[in-house]
Design a protein around this ligand. Structure first.
Ligand code: FDA
Length: 318
């Protein structure tokens, strides 16, 4: 783990820091490196170019921990339009239109109302149902992001419930959580899609592994479960060791490329993304857009000291 990560994630909670950083125009190169832009119109050319390069996409309309019903409703409205726009982009770009949708949306249940008090989980579940219904109509996939550990149980419950009707609905599992392997075993059944990531939030040692070696070992245990039992494992990592392990496990379990996919974040390891595609692997890029980019950007900065240095230089050079 980056030794600065806890400090950066803790500082990210300061409203003064948030005010200072969000004054940086989103066009600033440092924000644009990780975020496609503030509007859907900015996202469309980015998604188009990625599809044209042979990659698939998963798009996140940024927003989290919504405390206002109107904001949750607005997020649903935006996602409904996003699903339409992505379906149009998919049709417009030539290429293999297989059963595996090339376009997907990623969403956070806290943006759909999960944190709206006692009724929050039910509101988020209803909104998730609405979006999955629309996604089926447009041949678009949906994956539910994993947020901080206080939301994990509600999120997994909502996904289990929705999967009865939408078995292709995926969820992200964070391997820094001590419960990750149990969750992987529980969820990895025929027909399941699971996105396996290490985890990006600041979590207490009671629930999460803190040492990098432990998080990686947990990733490898979960990967083993998914490669054996899940229908379509999604390896969401930039780590060469995790990618190599996935390839070995895929071969041991007689999977062909296309039975699973690699996933990386927009702006990270672009060369490696292209290399995997050129070798015939399926690769999906997670692209965020929207005005609420602060939390997402801070998690990316916390992952890598070099990103923080780049960001601070960009701020002081303005
Ligand atoms: P690790 O952090 O060990 O990095 C390995 C290498 O990747 C680094 O050495 C560097 O080369 C490169 N790298 C990693 N992060 C970088 C960065 N920020 N900038 C530049 N280079 C970087 N988390 C979560 O909690 N909930 C979620 O729902 C998701 N969803 C999600 C979807 C997808 C598609 C991806 C790829 C990731 C997520 N994540 C996430 C984030 C994830 O949990 C994790 O924080 C990052 O992916 C970094 O972990 P790595 O596995 O890449 O390994």
């Amino acid at each position: 783990m980056n030794p600065l990560r806890p400090a950066i994630l803790a500082a990210a909670g300061s409203s003064k820091l948030k005010d200072a950083i969000t004054r940086v125009p989103v066009t600033a190169a440092v924000v644009r490196r990780f975020v496609a832009g503030e509007a859907r119109a900015d996202l469309v050319p980015v998604a188009t170019a990625l599809l044209e390069s042979g990659r698939s996409v998963s798009v996140d309309f940024l927003g989290e921990y919504t405390t206002d019903r109107a904001q949750a409703d607005a997020a649903v409205t935006e996602y409904l339009s996003l699903i339409d726009d992505l379906a149009e982009v998919d049709h417009a770009v030539p290429g293999a239109h297989s059963e595996i949708p090339r376009v997907e949306v990623s969403l956070k249940l806290s943006a759909l109302g999960q944190s709206l008090g006692q009724d929050g989980p039910a509101i988020a579940a209803e909104n998730l149902h609405k979006l999955c219904t629309k996604a089926v109509e447009r041949h678009v996939w949906v994956t539910v992001d994993a947020e901080d550990h206080t939301t994990t149980e509600d999120t997994l419950d909502a996904v289990r419930l929705a999967r009865a009707e939408f078995p292709w609905l995926a969820v992200a599992l964070q391997t820094y959580l001590r419960q990750a392997e149990d969750n992987a075993r529980d969820l990895a059944t025929d027909g399941t899609r699971i996105r396996l990531c290490k985890g990006a939030y600041q979590e207490p040692a009671t629930v999460a592994y803190r040492r990098r070696a432990e998080v990686d070992a947990s990733y490898l245990r979960c990967l083993d479960v998914l490669m054996r039992d899940a229908w379509y494992p999604m390896i969401a990592s930039h780590d060469p060791a995790m990618i190599a392990a996935a390839l070995t496990l895929a071969s041991e379990n007689n999977h062909s490329p296309g039975d699973y996919e690699f996933q990386m974040l927009y702006g990270i390891r672009d060369d490696e993304q292209r290399r995997l595609v050129s070798e015939g692997h399926a690769l999906r890029v997670y692209i965020p857009y929207g005005t609420q980019w602060y939390g997402y950007l801070m998690r990316r900065l916390a992952e890598r000291p070099a990103n923080l240095a780049f960001f601070l230089r960009a701020l002081t050079d303005r």
